[in-house]
Structures are given as C-alpha cells and as structure tokens.
Write a protein that binds this ligand. Sequence first.
Ligand SMILES: Nc1ncnc2c1ncn2[C@@H]1O[C@H](COP(=O)(O)OP(=O)(O)O)[C@@H](O)[C@H]1O
Ligand SMILES: [Mg+2]
Length: 253
Amino acid sequence: MTRLICVSGGKGGVGKTTVTTNVGSALSEFGIDTVVVDANLTNPNLGFHLGIPLYPTTFHDVLRGEAHITEATYIHNSGLRVIPAGLSVDDLRNTSPDRIGEVLSETVGEPDVVLIDSAAGLGNESVNTIEAADELLLVTNPNLPAVTDALKTANIAEEAGTHVLGTVVNRKEFSDDELTNDEVEDMVGHPVVAEMPEHGKMKEAVARKTPIIHHEPDHHLSEKFRGLAADIAGLDYEPSPPGFVERMRQLFR
Ligand SMILES: Nc1ncnc2c1ncn2[C@@H]1O[C@H](COP(=O)(O)OP(=O)(O)O)[C@@H](O)[C@H]1O
Ligand SMILES: [Mg+2]
C-alpha cells in the first residue's frame, strides 16, 4: 500500500525541502521504494537540492493534463525517484493546483512511499497537498512565528483527516531564546519526532546540490535523518552517536 506523506509546516525556510530530500534518500537507502514530489508550484526547488534543476517534463505538465505522471518521474543517480516541478513563469501562470489530489492519487499502487515537498504558506497548493496526503510530517523551527504556522498546518491536516506523524524541529541553535521541544509539543499538539541542529554542513550540502546523506554519509546529521526515516518506516535503526568533536560542541553550547 502506497503511503502519501506530505512534508509541510507553513513557514518558508524552515527546512521542508531539506527534510524531504534527506528522508527520501534515507528511505531509498533502506530499500523502500520512494518517490519525492515537488508540489511547491510557485517556488519549486527540490531539483536544486538534488542537483538537477532542469527537466523536460514536470509536475506542472502533469497538472495541466499534458503529460502522464510516469513521464515526469526521473531516477536520481542515488536511485531515488523524483517528480520535479517546472521553473518557468509560464508554468507558474498557467497551472492550477486544483488537480494536485487527483494527480497524486495516480502515484498510488506502485511505490511504497510518496514524499511530497509542499509550498510555504497555506494557500491552495499547500492545502490541496495536505488534503491529498494520508500523513503529514511537520517541519518547524524553535521560534513562535514558525511554530504558529506549524499549528495552523496541523489544524488543516486534522480537519482533512490527514494523520500527523509528528514534528521535526529543525535549525535548533540551543539558545535560551528558543522554544524548547516541550513548548513546541504543547503548542502544536504533536510530538517532536526529531530535532536537527543549525549546522553549516546543511548549507554546504545545498550549495553542493546533494542531500547531506549523500554529501557526508557518516555525518551525525545524516544519521539523524536515517533515524527519522526508520521511525517513519517502522524499522529498527540505531543512529550512531555524534563523534568526539560534535559531543564537545554540544557540551559547550
Ligand atoms: N539544520 C540546518 N542548518 C543550517 N541550514 C539549514 C538547516 N536546514 C535547512 N537549512 C538551510 O536553510 C535553507 C532553507 O531550507 P529549505 O529546506 O529549502 O527550507 P523550506 O523548504 O522550508 O523553504 C537552505 O539553504 C538550507 O540549506
Ligand atoms: Mg522548500
């Protein structure tokens, strides 16, 4: 049975695309047949994160009824399957998000997991995506504006009957000004399933157009993404602990 899992959180820049590409890559590493879809129709950038920004046929073409979903499905050199979105202004102007649910349902049956990267905000494209998905992985940062958006996103999922898997708190700097995980859980009403520190390697990975899981497979952040993916897939996986330098850094934070 295919699981349609949407990665959303409301606010832009919190790390939705980063989580999508890394969790997708980790699921694929585990041998789970996974497709990642760029349902961010207005500002698509999943292709940039994977180092392949330009594709002849995209999710936009499928939504306009000009291509079948299989024609817009590509295989990344890591083995992960990708349905990218179009980058042109024409795509943006001429494509309605109304058919997102119908088109995503066409992916059901074949892969084990379809991981859907959604747009920032709670406009039609995001809401259609959340409603079409079976499950939602929330991504937020430990500050009030981001968590407020995550709460609204969770509310929309609950109204739509989309099961909320939990909250990823990304870009944690471990400062006193941040919300704690307990505060995030109290506000959003869903458990924190992973916390990811703010880390230069994440920016480096995006600059290298490679998910950190492939850029630095042994990095403790890559291990964290594998741990999160294993939780989602219901697999037993014990991420290896951070190395000496990272443990020292955490100690002095
Ligand atoms: N944990 C992190 N530490 C440092 N930079 C991060 C982290 N997570 C994401 N980023 C950076 O933040 C930017 C926005 O991330 P992205 O995943 O595109 O967010 P969104 O999809 O929610 O808009 C990217 O440049 C990414 O490299
Ligand atoms: Mg994004």
